[in-house]
Design a binder for this molecule. Sequence first.
Ligand code: ZN
Length: 262
Amino acid sequence: MRDFTLAKYEELIEAIGSTKYKPMSVLDYLSSPGGKCIILRHDVDRAVERNLAMARLEAEYGVRSTYYFRHVKDVFIPEAIEEVAELGHEVGFHYEVMDKAKGDKDKALEIFGTELEDLRKYAEVTTACMHGNPFARWSNRDLWKDCDFADFGLMGEPYFSIDYSKVLYLTDTGRTWADRNIRVKDVLENPDNELSAKYGKTIRSTDDVINLVKREELEQICILAHPNRWCDGMLGWSKELIMQNLKNVGKAGIIQYRKLKE
Ligand SMILES: [Zn+2]
């Protein structure tokens, strides 16, 4: 069975339901951070339809998670934002304002306020989470060096408000759950904690995540799943895989082309 399909995600949700873990949104966790729980976080980076499919699936299981919406044309769709909220999920703000302001912090904060206000027209928003761009010269993290997100009426930011030395952070970035040390370095402040060192290397497939959940040996886990990577249709799935390997495919293509020309 292929991994990173909606059916596989459903297995994960079912597995969580069979344990003592309480699935919850980021806001739920920040409001009451104790107990055995799994924080479910989603970044709505693109392919809003796939986000809606995942949100509907979770709602069928009575699961509430957080969807962080970017403020970009293809993602900022009022009907989608409203539907996610109506399904019972938390809507959050996935900001990339430092990129938009090209590193100008004052301008970035101004954009932050405006975009957050925009999003609040369609849902209650009390947490925000940065959209990491590893290629940018500046980080959205810098925004909060001498400014407080509480000033914007926000309760938390998952990268700042959750202690990942206690909560195992798992992300599907790169369509694998493994090698997280390389990928997370850009986003987590202290990625090399004991917890991630212990589990980061062994968890690769979603089945690994499912087994970890079923073992119930950890107290708290945060799962970041990008719904745009999870789809059932073969065409979309292959396209995702191709995009993931685009660099290699591109290189191979160039070599092939050169061979033909020779
Ligand atoms: Zn993102």
